[in-house]
Design a protein around this ligand. Structure first.
Ligand code: GCB
Length: 594
């Protein structure tokens, strides 16, 4: 599952571009022979992108069910004997893949990569056909969960299929991240797990290597100038450096683990990582032993035209805006983001809370219990655990990722939620004991049943918006009481992971009213005054970085408008005040009381 890489032993070729594309509304593609080739009436689709917004077809925008993608690949005889693999960065939400008409694999889960092995390249050049069936349907055992229902509010509306889901971002679908053809040596490395350590003046990495064969791996640790500073052999070991340069927020430093499998057909992989520690205690999170205060946002992978399709250009703009406004961190709300984004956080020193796509575990229609058989149950948990395994395997080496957030706003006031989360927490600790675990809460402190299982709590709250609607004066007393109640109950560090107000750019009102730019400015300021009086708080993440697409609904005009930036990444009024606040901080990163 290593990210594709070009080096002396490996070849990676991006297959991005236009693929042939066809929707399959009655789900007959498989019986009609589409795995062998799409019929002539196909159109084209950009990879990577969401297909929803790239045509003028309203039915495709709100489509429910499978669509098909097809492209041709040439396997060159120069690669004879190499293993050809296709790597999909993310396909939302379920992918089935055929190679020359032969089923070669499938993957469930829309936000993490998977590899499909095509086999060994033969002596002659071959053109092969790669076909992918992509299904966007969400069910109770998917993350996020959802259900397809027959819908019609009035008898004369007739029955129509509708995808229901309980989270707030649009259910974009398609091949969302880059696709690679990789050519690997027959005996190759499949995984490298690294855990940084620091003791006294020494530090380094514990590593573990997996491969297709049990061979003796050779590992060299290179500093940023390429000098070898430590070496080890074997599939498991410890690399030690005297006085290592630490990866620090805002001051990143990356080492490279150069792992090789020597032999007649050698393999080689270079993995960048950083040495740093993360610990939590009463009311603090420490990076390298120093308290760290999170300033930043909950974000989304979301932009005009592309939907959830990854773009390096959008990514760079977002990082430039984070720097401009003085943010030091973000949460990958509400799913693991593209690897390119975490690589860039590693190299720029931006701190990340990595989150699983476990969102929409609350606010069910009719307010019936969430955690019950047939809904969020053992089948959901099984997929939750698979997704956790995949996320940690992919992201473990990123020094920027300092916390795993295991879910957003689950109904933890329900007793069965504890039975649901206990094995997930246990598994997360087993897979990675080096990072604190977070749950992002929506229950009230008194009613919660799981907070003690976690190391750090995220709190989402919207006083003055969803409660005491429009009343900014209600924020300070309610929020102070509530955050104190959480701290009193668990004595754990707390990050305010969401607070914000929908704001229509260009709508002004003085005195401020809801949806105006002035309201957002004052709304955020009231939160900031509250935070400044609460020493146990260890971070503030505004909801949201930028406006983003949602499903249609009475509360959403053209999407969620809680962005401090518009969807086109222009600042709203509040952005300038936040910038003032976030550029005057103490050593932990905490804004100085004004
Ligand atoms: C929340 C959710 C987030 C929504 C936000 C809102 O609590 O975690 O996904 O977008 O509220 O704006 O309603």
């Amino acid at each position: 599952m290593l990210k594709p890489q070009n080096n002396e032993c490996r070849f990676a070729h991006k297959l991005d571009g236009l693929w042939r594309f066809l929707a399959d509304p009655d789900d007959r593609g498989e019986t009609r022979g589409w795995p062998k080739g799409l019929p002539k009436q196909h159109g084209y689709m950009a990879v990577p992108s969401s297909y929803n917004e790239l045509t003028q077809d309203a039915a495709l925008r709100d489509y429910i069910g499978p669509v098909w993608y097809e492209t041709d690949i040439v396997l060159h005889p120069a690669w004879q004997g190499r293993t050809a693999t296709i790597r999909f960065g993310a396909v939302s939400h379920h992918a089935k893949v055929w190679w020359n008409g032969r089923p070669v694999g499938e993957h469930k889960g829309g936000f993490l990569p998977f590899d499909i092995e095509l086999g060994e390249v033969g002596p002659d050049a071959t053109t092969g056909r790669l076909i992918v069936r992509v299904d966007n349907r969400l069910a109770w055992d998917s993350l996020p969960p959802g259900m397809v229902v027959d819908h019609g509010d009035f008898p004369l509306s007739g029955k129509r299929k509708r995808q229901d889901y309980f989270h707030d971002f649009y259910n974009y679908a398609g091949i969302h991240r880059s696709v690679y053809l990789t050519l690997l040596p027959r005996r190759h490395l499949t995984a490298i797990r690294v855990t940084p350590w620091v003791t006294g003046t020494k530090g380094g990495f514990l590593y573990e290597v997996d491969g297709t064969v049990k061979a003796r791996a050779e590992v060299r640790l290179l500093d940023a100038s390429g000098r070898c500073v430590a070496e080890a052999t074997g599939s498991k070991g410890r690399l030690a450096v005297h006085r290592p340069r630490l990866w620090q927020p805002g001051k990143p430093y990356l080492y490279t683990l150069e792992v090789s499998l020597p032999g007649a057909e050698p393999d080689l992989y270079r993995l960048q990582s950083g040495i740093r520690t993360v610990t939590t205690g009463k009311g603090t999170l420490k990076i390298n032993g120093k308290p760290f205060y999170f300033r930043g946002f909950g974000k989304h992978e979301d932009s005009d035209f592309l939907g959830k399709g990854h773009s390096d250009a959008v990514m760079l703009k977002d990082f430039a805006l984070l720097e401009w406004i003085g943010a030091n961190s973000f949460r990958t709300s509400h799913y693991p983001y593209a690897e390119e984004i975490l690589d860039h956080a590693d190299r720029t020193g931006v701190v990340v809370i990595g989150e699983l796509p476990a969102v929409g575990f609350n606010f069910m229609p009719g307010h019936f219990p969430v955690f019950q058989p047939g809904q969020i149950d053992a089948a959901t948990r099984k997929h939750h655990q698979e997704t956790l395994r995949e996320m940690i395997a992919r992201d473990m080496h990123h020094p920027s990722v300092v916390i795993w957030s295991l879910a957003n706003e689950a109904a933890t006031q329900e007793k069965p939620s504890r039975r649901y989360f206990t094995p997930i927490v246990k598994q997360a600790r087993k897979l990675d004991a080096s990072r604190p675990l977070m749950l992002v809460m929506s229950a009230f402190a008194k009613a919660d049943t799981v907070g003690d299982l976690f190391d750090i709590l995220g709190i989402n709250r919207y006083y003055g918006w969803y409660h005491d609607v429009g009343d900014i004066a209600s924020i300070e007393p309610n929020l102070t009481a509530e955050l104190r109640a959480w701290y009193r109950r668990y004595r754990k560090p707390i990050v305010m992971t969401e607070y914000g107000a929908d704001t229509v750019a260009g709508f002004h009102s003085e005195p401020p009213v809801m949806f105006s730019e002035e309201f957002q400015r004052d709304y955020l300021a009231a939160h900031h005054r509250t935070f400044d009086k609460l020493p146990f708080l260890c971070g503030e993440h505004i909801w949201n970085f930028a406006d983003f697409a949602t499903k249609q609904g009475l509360k959403r005009i053209g999407g969620n408008k809680k962005g401090v930036f518009t969807r086109q990444r222009q600042p709203k009024l509040a952005a300038h005040d936040v910038q003032q606040r976030w550029h005057k901080c103490d050593a932990s990163g905490r804004p100085r009381r004004q």
